[in-house]
Every structure is written in structure tokens, then in C-alpha cells.
Design a protein around this ligand. Structure first.
Ligand SMILES: [Zn+2]
Length: 410
């Protein structure tokens, strides 16, 4: 996370209402959803809606009648996009929820779990606004922390029997072949939509600089995630874990450390905003996720990871509306740590996706533990003994996943 991420979550990456597709989105292939024809009843369909559209905005685009659901591009319901035939009665043993493990010693046997260490890092870290240093200290690069943590998560998941896959293997190397300069038209549109006031008041050079910022943003926030999603679609994992470190954030005067600011937030997919649902690709992905019935798995894994966060760190959850991360998210229920949010990664990646925002890099103690690096055993930091932060974070995630799969629903 960083300052820019907060700003962008407040202003989702979408074009004005005249366009029907969000930035860089492809025309949805609705026929891909035909495999779900006749798979669920009207009650099952309607019960799944609130996770994705808690305010019911989706219903403005739906007509439910005569054993079918029609989905429209517009609220006037003149432009039909697709229709789903409903089943008259529930299918036997329906639902793809977690099942009891066959091997209790290695409870993740047979599962393919994909890791997504957030951000590109390396020479791109500055552009991504995900790195900082304090008073001449070492650089802290979020992507590198995510990578180190994922390496330990991989070991833990493998030991528990899972097959581990990665959407990205190399730190500092973008997955996408495209580069910021490829996105000039999209950047112009986005700049005038999001930043019209600033752009119009800027002199030519400043405006070009602002435009460059949007080109870069589309590169690392949209094109890079799209490229990773393409890899995930080839891998077809049973679960994807997106791993991040968070930040309290800093002003133009630069980063500084804060005392005891760590909060944890875990995202599952859903919580589409009414403004996002104006776009046809958003409606398509919402329906794809709704029909694939991955919400239950996401919630169970997220809640189990949250229980480990409480056990090990006991950091507080984010409070509604307090951080930019949660302003646009919807609390999911049982635990205050789990929120549903329509993020590009959990929208485009196939299957269940759990997105973990870890400790704050600019929390004073976390920072000390980060710059201590990875090590065996314990070290004394600020007068107390601590294990490697990366291993501790990884163990929280791994134990959460194991708990979720070891204790299937009754
Ligand atoms: Zn991040």
C-alpha cells in the first residue's frame, strides 16, 4: 500500500459513464458463463447477491422472471447482455465449498495454491510509490518484503501437502510486456476524469509530468495485474493468496515512523460500488464470480487467517471509513478483519482469492523488524525477542489456510 493506493481506491480505475468498459478492459465474452445455465435456483441466485452488491445496486440491471435472470447494460433495461436459465430445484450436493481433507497429516494435499507477491519492485519501486527510507537508513521496498514472505509461505504450504504456484517469480521484473508509454490515450482520459482541476491549472511541463504519472499508474496498477491474471487463468489454482505490507502513509515532506499504528485488513472479492456496476466488464466479472460460488471459500480462508492474526499479532482491525482501504469496502460479517472489496486482482484472478494487507512498514517496531532482515531463531529488537517478521507473517497465513481446510463446514 502507499499514499497513491489510497487515492486510487477512492477513485476506482474506470472511465466516464459514456464508455461501457473500465480502463484497459476487454469486451466481456458472455458465452463463457453459459456453463452455469440451469445450475442454481432463483433463491440461490438471490442469496449470493449481497456479498457482491450490498446496497442492491446490481438489481437495477437485472430482471428475474419465468425461471431466468436477464442482465442489462443500462438501468432502463433496453440493452440485454446475457441471460441465465434458473433451475427449478437445487442440484444434489451443490456448492464448491471446502471439503474435509483426505490426509490429516498433510491437510492441503491435492490443493493447488497460487501466490501473488504484490507489486513489481526493483527499479520500478520508485514509480510504484512502494518504497521509502528513513533518515539515510536502508531502502524498504514493499515488493521485496512481499516476495520474502511468499517464499516462506511456499515452504509452509508445501510442508502441508499443497502444490504451490506463482503468478510472478522474479522480483523487479514486470509480468506485462507493455510499458507506461503504451498507455498515453488511456492516461489522457484518466487524467481529465480524475484530476481535471489540477491538469487544467498546470503549465505544459507540469501537465506532461502529471500525464506521465497516469501512464505509469495504468502500467503498474492495471496492465501488470491483467498480465498476472492471464497467468493465473492458465494455472487454474484452487486458491490464490495476494500478499502485501501496508503503510500508514506519508506527506510530501517524506516518510516518518509512527508508534503502534499497525492494523490488519483482509479482503475477499465483492462489495461492488454502484458507480463500478455501470461498466459491462464489471457486471460480467461479478456474475462470473457469483456463479462460480467461490465466496464461501474466500470467507472461510480469510476468517481463519484473521484468527491467526489475533493469536499471533493481536493488531487491531481497520475501522470502517478510517483508512482509504476501507472507505469503499464492505465489512463481511463474523470478524472485523475481513472486508469484501472489488479489487482488480481479486476480480480478474480465477477461483477464490484472499488478499492480505499485513503490518504497516512505517510503524516504528515493524520498521525495525523489517530492516533486521530474515534470520533463524530470535533477535532482540527494542528490548524484546522477535522472530523474523517474514516467517511470522508467513506462518500466520499458512496456519490460517490449513485451519480453513482442516475444519470443513459441518
Ligand atoms: Zn501493497
Amino acid at each position: 500500500m502507499g499514499v497513491a493506493q489510497g487515492v486510487l481506491l477512492l477513485a476506482p480505475l474506470v472511465f466516464p459513464a459514456s464508455a461501457k468498459l473500465s480502463t484497459l478492459a476487454e469486451e466481456p465474452e458472455w458465452r463463457l458463463l453459459d456453463k452455469y445455465q440451469g445450475t442454481l435456483t432463483v433463491t440461490e441466485f438471490q442469496e449470493r447477491i449481497p456479498v457482491f452488491s450490498s446496497d442492491g445496486a446490481l438489481n437495477q440491471y437485472l430482471t428475474v422472471s419465468d425461471g431466468r435472470v436477464e442482465i442489462f447494460s443500462d438501468k432502463g433495461k433496453t440493452a440485454k447482455l446475457w441471460e441465465l436459465r434458473l433451475a427449478a430445484k437445487p442440484a444434489d450436493g451443490a456448492g464448491k465449498s471446502i471439503r474435509a481433507p483426505a490426509d490429516r497429516e498433510r491437510p492441503l494435499t491435492g490443493l493447488r495454491i497460487c501466490l501473488d507477491p504484490g507489486h513489481i519492485g526493483g527499479e520500478w519501486a520508485d514509480m510504484e510509490e512502494r518504497h521509502f527510507r528513513i533518515r539515510g537508513g536502508p531502502w524498504v521496498d514493499e515488493a521485496a518484503l512481499n516476495f520474502e514472505t511468499c517464499r516462506w509461505i511456499e515452504r509452509g504450504l508445501r510442508a502441508a501437502g499443497a502444490e504451490v504456484l506463482w503468478v510472478k517469480r522474479e522480483l523487479g521484473v514486470p509480468v506485462t510486456d507493455r510499458r507506461p508509454a503504451d498507455f498515453v490515450p488511456q492516461a489522457i482520459k484518466m487524467m481529465w476524469r480524475v484530476d481535471a482541476k489540477k491538469a487544467s491549472r498546470s503549465a505544459a511541463n507540469a501537465q506532461l509530468k502529471l500525464l506521465r504519472w497516469y501512464e505509469e499508474l495504468i502500467f503498474y496498477r492495471v496492465a501488470e495485474i491483467q498480465a498476472r491474471a492471464e497467468i493465473a487463468r492458465d494455472l487454474q489454482p484452487d486458491l490464490t493468496l495476494c500478499i502485501h505490507y501496508n503503510a500508514f502513509g506519508w506527506s510530501k515532506r517524506g516518510p516518518k515512523l509512527h508508534q503502534n499504528v499497525n492494523r490488519i485488513v483482509i479482503f475477499t472479492h465483492g462489495g461492488y460500488l454502484a458507480s463500478e456496476l455501470e461498466y459491462d466488464d464489471m457486471k460480467f466479472h461479478l456474475l462470473q464470480k457469483l456463479l462460480a460460488a467461490d465466496s464461501d471459500t474466500e470467507r472461510r480462508v480469510a476468517e481463519a487467517v484473521a484468527r491467526q492474526v489475533v493469536n499471533v499479532w493481536n493488531y487491531p482491525p481497520e475501522r470502517p471509513g478510517e483508512s482509504p482501504l476501507t472507505v469503499t469496502a464492505t465489512p463481511l460479517g463474523k470478524t472485523p478483519y475481513v472486508w469484501s472489496r472489488n479489487l482488480l486482482a481479486n476480480r480478474l484472478y480465477p477461483g477464490p482469492v484472499v488478499f492480505v494487507e499485513g503490518p504497516f512498514m512505517d510503524d516504528a517496531l515493524t520498521y525495525q523488524r523489517i530492516i533486521a532482515g530474515d534470520y533463524d531463531g530470535e533477535r532482540t529488537i527494542a528490548g524484546r525477542k522477535y522472530r523474523s517478521l517474514y516467517r511470522e507473517y508467513a506462518e500466520i497465513v499458512v496456519q490460517g489456510v490449513i485451519d480453513a481446510y482442516r475444519q470443513p463446514p459441518p
